[in-house]
Design a protein around this ligand. Structure first.
Ligand code: AMP
Ligand code: TRP
Length: 337
């Protein structure tokens, strides 16, 4: 039996943090053993919010370096704009997606400021509204069975299945595979500075722990993590403490200490300094291994860039095949010049 296809993508919009890593990327690394995997650095997506045209290319290469440093195989990686068929399929899928559905996407409401009313006068691009259709194209173009993402992407996956279903109905055959989400055991990591919100880049630097931060910075951030805002009912675990336990569990290290600390919590004798020290040790160990590999890769950036150009070229062949079939199915001309 042929292996199932896995696809996921990440936007080059700055640092990689432990929300990305534990929520998604760690899973990507593990899946490579058992599945055919393709992972995209989606630079077209990064253009949907105001961005710096002079920085995007550097950010894209940086993210590639980071992904390879944490264990993604270069041959499984592609850059979205090197496979322009994604944009082509996206246009076609636009015509199989309702406008109303796009306006109801939570991420659109958040990013366009609609849910908070904070940026009434901000420029909101049509690309931001259309973003989930490009995401659907990313997924469907490789006929992915599984899409490993964080819980925040569930709605976009649901939309992807809707689009695929509508397409299949209209062309009269089960052409597109309906993809399923794969969640990790850590679907949502919270900000250590404000555990009521998710760890994310867009909230600002203090809200995320960079996977490649140095030891001093990591220890400082974890030391100042919010533990208890004083509104937690007796006997329950506060969101901040739960998040620290979640981080420790996710590292997979210091298992005995984890059990001990959980027991302490049950008995009401947990000292937050002890929990924080153990979490910091576990995270620092991971980050220093990642930093070491990153330094080695940085020494020969050119070789890595060439590898990624080649892998994008190879992966593109699959996308070209799909576009050809799709054009046939929807009644577009299919001429090769
Ligand atoms: P982004 O950085 O928003 O492009 O997200 C890249 C991937 O990381 C997506 O699969 C997200 O679902 C996942 N992700 C982002 N933030 C978190 C978080 N705080 N917890 C868990 N997963 C996350
Ligand atoms: N929307 C995703 C995010 O914000 C990134 C993404 C783009 C993606 N295309 C994708 C994720 C395809 C999975 C599959 O994190």
């Amino acid at each position: 039996m042929s292996r199932k296809q896995v696809l996921s993508c990440i936007q080059p919009t700055g640092d990689m943090h432990y929300g990305n890593y534990f929520g998604a990327v760690a899973n990507w690394v593990n899946l490579q053993k058992d599945y055919d995997c393709v992972y995209g650095v989606v630079d077209y997506h990064a253009m949907t919010m105001p961005y710096n045209v002079k920085k995007l290319r550097t950010t894209t290469w940086d993210l590639i370096l980071n992904l390879v440093a944490v264990g993604i195989e270069p041959s499984n990686l592609f850059v979205q704009s090197l496979v322009p068929e994604h944009a082509e399929l996206s246009w076609i899928l636009n015509c199989f997606c309702s406008y109303g559905q796009l306006t109801r996407m939570t991420q659109f409401k958040d990013k366009s400021g609609q849910s908070t009313d904070e940026s009434k006068d901000a420029f909101i691009s049509a690309g931001l509204l259309d973003y989930p259709v490009l995401q659907a194209a990313d997924i469907l173009i490789y006929k992915a069975d599984y899409v490993p993402v964080g819980k925040d992407q569930e709605q976009h996956l649901e939309l992807t299945r809707n689009i695929a279903q509508r397409f299949n109905n209209q062309v009269g055959q089960e052409y597109f595979v309906l993809p399923e989400c794969l969640f990790t055991e850590t679907p949502k990591i919270k900000s250590t500075a404000d555990p009521s919100r998710k760890m994310s880049k867009s909230a600002g630097e203090k809200h995320y722990i960079n996977v490649f931060a140095d030891e001093a910075k990591i220890r400082k951030q974890i030391k100042s993590a919010v533990t208890d805002a004083g509104d937690t009912p007796e006997g329950e675990m506060s969101a901040g403490v739960a998040n620290l336990f979640e981080l420790l569990k996710a590292t997979g290290n210091h298992k005995e200490a984890l059990t001990q600390l959980l027991d302490d919590h049950k008995l009401g004798s947990l000292k937050y300094v002890d929990l924080k020290a153990t979490v910091a040790d576990a995270i620092v160990e991971m980050s220093s291994a990642f930093n070491e590999r990153r330094a080695a890769l940085t020494a020969d950036k050119k070789a890595l860039k060439n590898q990624i150009k080649q892998s994008s070229y190879e992966i593109r062949k699959q996308a070209q095949e799909t576009i050809k079939e799709v054009k046939d199915l929807v009644g577009l001309l299919n001429v090769r010049f």
